[in-house]
Design a protein around this ligand. Sequence first.
Ligand code: GBH
Length: 492
Amino acid sequence: MSEIKLPVGAFPPDFAWGAATAAYQIEGGWNMDGKGPSIWDTFCHAKGKVYEDQTGDVACNSYQLWDEDLKCIQQLGLTHYRLSFSWSRLLPDGTTNCVNPKGVMYYNKVINDLIANAVTPMVTLYHFDLPQALENHGGWKSPDIADFFDSYARFCFETFGDRVKLWITVNEPYVCAKFGYEDGIFAPGLKEPGTSVYLVGHNMLRAHARAWHSYDANFRHLQGGKVSIALNSDWAVPLDPASPKDVEATARYMDFILGWFACPVFCTGDYPETMKSRIEARNLELGFSKAPRLPKFLEDEPNPLGTADFFALNYYTSRKVKDTSSHRSELSFSGDQAAEGVTDQSWPVCGVSWLAVVPEGLRKLLKYIKETYNNPAIYITENGFSQTGPVQLEDIDRCQFYQDTLQEIAKALREDGVDVRGYFAWSLLDNFEWTEGFSVRFGLFHVDCYSAELKRSIYRSGREYTAVISNHLSLSLSLSHTHTESNLNKEV
Ligand code: GBH
C-alpha cells in the first residue's frame, strides 16, 4: 500500500492534528498516591461486567509511564493531544474539600511536557469516571451534581487554565446516560429504562452549562481559552428512502442521539420537538403519569443555549434507519425513539460488530451539523478503527480507513465549506476499551496490556499518520514562505 495521499492545500495551515485518550482507559494507578475510587473502579471490580473480568487497574500504566506516551506523541509529530483528567485523582472524594497534590503534579507534568514539545493540550474534564464518593451521594441522578461538577471545573480552570486553552466538559453524555442508566452495560450499571436516562442527560447539560458560564465569567478574560462538550453521533439515512415513515424515523434517530444535546446547546436552549412529542405520546400510551420523564430547563439557572465555543464531535459509524413506531414496547428509550438503526451489507465491519466502516458518513454528518447547528467551528474529537484477534502491526485496513476518512474531511472543508478545525484519532494507544477490556484495540501504537512491560510499538497506521502530519506541516511552511516572498516583492 502506498502512503496516504491528500489533496494539496486541503487543510488549513493551523489545522489541529491530534490523537485522543481517556484517563480510565490508559492511566492505571487506580489507587496510587491518594487517588480516590471512581465508578469504573467499582464496576470493573464487581466481576462479570467486563470481558474476562479485566479492569483498568493498570491499563497502559500511563500514570507511571507518561514519558513513554510522550515519546509516542513526539514520534507522531502531533500538534494536539486530547487527554482526560481523572476527577478522583485530583479530588479523591469529588469535592474541593480535599485536593490530591500528587494528582495535580501528575497533570502539571503532562501539560508542561506537551507545551515544551509544542503540542497543544485539549483536556476533557469528565470521560465516564465519576468519583465513587459522588455516586454514593446520588451521582448524575442527583441535582446536586451540577454544583459538584462546577466546583471541579473551576478548580481545573484555576489550576491548569494558564496553560490549557481547549476544554471539553463532558465526553459523550449520550453514552454515559444510555449505557450507564438505560442498558446498564457501563458504570454505574443501572437498568432503569425510559426514566433515568433523561434525568442523567439533563443533569449533564446542567453541569456543562454551569461550568461554561463559570469559565465565561471568571476565566475567559484572563486565559482566553475555549470550552465545549463532546457529542457522539452516528450518521443516519433512511432504510427505505421512499418511505415517509423511515424518513421521519431517521430525523428522530438523529434527534435522540445528537439533537438531544446539540439542540439545547446550539439551537433553542431546549430539547428537540421530536423528543418532547414522542415522550409525551408514549406517556399517554403507557399510562405513565409520574414526574415528567424529560425534565425542563428552569429559569433560575444558566440555560445551555450558547454554552459551547466550538462543536466537538465524536464520529465512528453510520446506520440505516427504519421506523418502529408501530412496534409494541415497554417504557424505554428505544420505545420513545421508535427508530432502529441497522448496518448495510455493503459496509465492512472492523473488529467490533457495531463499528461499520463508513468514512463518507463523516462528511455528510459534518455538512448536517453545519446546516443544522449554524455553521459552528468543528473539532472532530474522536474517530477511529478497531482491531480484534491477533495483533497486526501492519494494519493496512486501518491505513485505508484513515486515508478515506481524511479525504472525506478534505471534501467537507473544500467542497461543503464546513469549518473543520482539527482531527483527533482515537486513540494514541491500544487501551482499556470499557466492557470489551483489552480485546478491542484502537491505537496508533500497540500496547501489550497483558505483559508487565507495557511496551509501546507503532502500527503502520501510526507511521502513515506521521507522514500525513509532516507533509501537511512542511507544505504549510513552504506556502507561507511563498506568501511572505510575494508580499516582499510587492513592497519592493
Ligand atoms: C467512544 O465511545 C469513547 O469516547 C471512547 O472512550 C471509546 O474508547 C471509543 O468511543 C471507542 O468505542 O453496540 O452495545 O456493543 C463510543 C461509544 C460505546 C459506542 C460502546 C459503541 C458499543 C455498544 N461506544 N458502544 S454495543
